[in-house]
Design a protein around this ligand. Structure first.
Ligand code: ABU
Length: 500
């Protein structure tokens, strides 16, 4: 019973050691019970409440902040409630996001990281983690296919930041004066990305002062792959207009369709026009671990930079995202500010390990340890089977959907990644002829089913419109706990909730 015990009784309080241990043991029990529940199919994925309900306080769970301290018993109840009203993203029936699953070793790594509570900017405060980052980045560069003389990189907070780095570095590579003189010293720059690529490319252009209007959106084919002839003609048009093309983003695993752009053909175009090629493999990078699937990223070794998020397909706990850069030294040249209070040059160790100055952050979270520990626990082969299994689930779903008259696939070809996109067709729409009225009604189906599904809480899946396609479901697999029985369950759940 912790009802008479307060924060002031824990370490660093004198004789606070035993109380601290007991408090932590109780907390670990709460976390372990949550971990076990996350894998149990009989438990809910979520216990949904609307924001105003949570805000008002449920069953004594108040989010309001007190002036007087709460006792530790109350804090433990708060911890339980926080997990209770959250979403179990590790549940085998959570299909909502590209990052899902609850890797036990990864979680252990994250706990250790929080306990160490240090900062990635200098070797002096993170000696082990800095070396682990170097080793992991080297491993990932090797898997991408770069030689030993090539390659640099950094772990950063998510794929959007990784993509931002790529635009920043490309611009600095061609126009180093931008670092001191700013955009006024530069001509009108243009970058290219596909219609199905991630919105972070446009966001990067906006953040970096290039302007989102200067991002040319290249058309895709029906499968969501960039049409390379369109890319080439867009580059020529931009040059004819007096603009300066400098960067192309190719996507390996688009967010919605899971499509892979033709990397070699895009690399040829970039080479002939002297443009920086970035490959956004935030989602698709995990397939590099699989001998069976890595062929889909053929040509990635020709990229000048690569985004790869192990927190997606490799199941590392959030966040774990790398920007890999082919040209060594560029990150440092582009970002270094030489703050003397932190990056002293007269330290007694090799200060090239003070990697913080090559990043755009100062303080930086340790994202590497959990991935390092997972790699030790599984080996590269473990990741390979994990990835293969997720893609097998996608193949299973695709086969099931082909056989069912109550569902319709968004694209008929086999999934390349673990994304499977489909509509549920309620009985009232099954005999309707295609056209605007059917589209209008079909557009409303997925949101209604998802709302019911969230209220019931037994599964979770995402939906979106895309281009001329009205709202459809996107199922993605990145959780190795998901089995084919969960895939079958999902379809039955959608059909029963959607039946009008
Ligand atoms: N690019 C962030 C991930 C988006 C998703 O989970 O659908």
């Amino acid at each position: 019973d912790f009802s008479c015990i307060y924060n002031k009784d824990l370490l660093p309080a004198l004789r606070g050691e035993d109380t601290t241990k007991s408090f932590f043991q109780e907390l670990v029990n709460i976390l372990l019970s949550y971990v076990c529940k996350s894998f149990r199919r009989s438990s809910k994925v979520l216990d949904f409440h609307h924001p105003h309900q949570l805000r008002e306080g449920l069953e004594g769970f108040s989010l309001e902040l007190p002036d007087q301290p709460d006792n530790l018993e109350q804090l433990l109840v708060d911890c339980r409630d926080t997990l209770k009203y959250g979403v179990k993203t590790g549940h085998p029936r959570f299909f909502n996001q590209l990052s899902s699953g609850l890797d036990v070793i990864g979680l252990a790594g994250e706990w250790l990281t929080s306990t160490a509570n240090t900062n990635m900017f200098t070797y002096e405060v993170s000696p082990v983690f800095i070396l682990m980052e170097e080793i992991l980045l080297r491993k990932m560069q090797e898997i991408v296919g770069w030689s030993e003389e090539e390659g640099d990189g950094v772990f950063c907070p998510g794929g959007t930041m990784s993509n931002l780095y790529s635009v920043l570095l490309a611009r600095y590579h061609f126009f180093p004066e931008v670092k001191t003189k700013g955009m006024t010293a530069l001509p009108r720059l243009i970058l290219f990305t596909s219609a199905h690529s991630h919105y972070s490319v446009k966001k990067s252009a906006a953040v970096l002062g290039i302007g989102s209007d200067n991002v040319v959106v290249v058309k895709c084919n029906d499968r969501g792959k960039m049409i390379t002839a369109e890319l080439e003609s867009s580059i020529i048009t931009a040059k004819d207009q007096g603009c300066v093309p400098f960067y192309v983003n190719a996507t390996a695993g688009t967010t919605v369709y899971g499509a892979f752009d033709p990397l070699n053909a895009i690399a040829d175009i970039c080479e002939s026009h002297g443009l920086w090629l970035h490959v956004d493999a935030a989602w698709g990078g995990g397939l590099l671990m699989s001998k069976r699937h890595r062929v889909k990223l053929q040509g990635i070794e020709r990229a000048w930079s690569v985004t790869w998020n192990p927190h997606k397909m490799m199941g590392a706990p959030l966040q774990c995202s790398a920007i890999l850069v082919k040209k060594r030294g560029l990150l440092k040249d582009c970002n270094q500010m030489c703050a003397e209070y932190l990056f002293q040059t007269d330290k007694h160790y090799d200060t090239s390990y003070d990697t913080g100055d090559k990043t755009i952050q100062c303080g930086r979270h340790v994202d590497v340890f959990k991935l390092w520990l997972m790699w030790k626990a599984k080996g590269s082969e473990g990741f390979e089977s994990q990835v293969n299994k997720c893609l097998e689930n996608a193949e299973h779903l695709f086969d099931k959907l082909k056989q069912r008259p109550d569902f319709e696939l968004v694209f008929k070809s086999e999934p390349e990644h673990s994304n499977v996109c489909f509509w549920y067709i309620p009985p009232s729409l099954r005999n309707m002829s295609p056209g605007p009225e059917r589209n209008r009604r079909l557009h409303e189906v997925a949101p209604k089913i998802k709302a019911k599904m969230m209220e019931q809480g037994m599964a979770m899946i995402g939906y979106q419109p895309l281009g001329d396609k009205v709202n459809f479901f996107r199922c993605v697999f990145s959780n190795p706990a998901t089995q084919t029985e969960d895939v079958d369950y999902l379809l039955e759940e959608i059909a029963s909730l959607g039946h009008d």
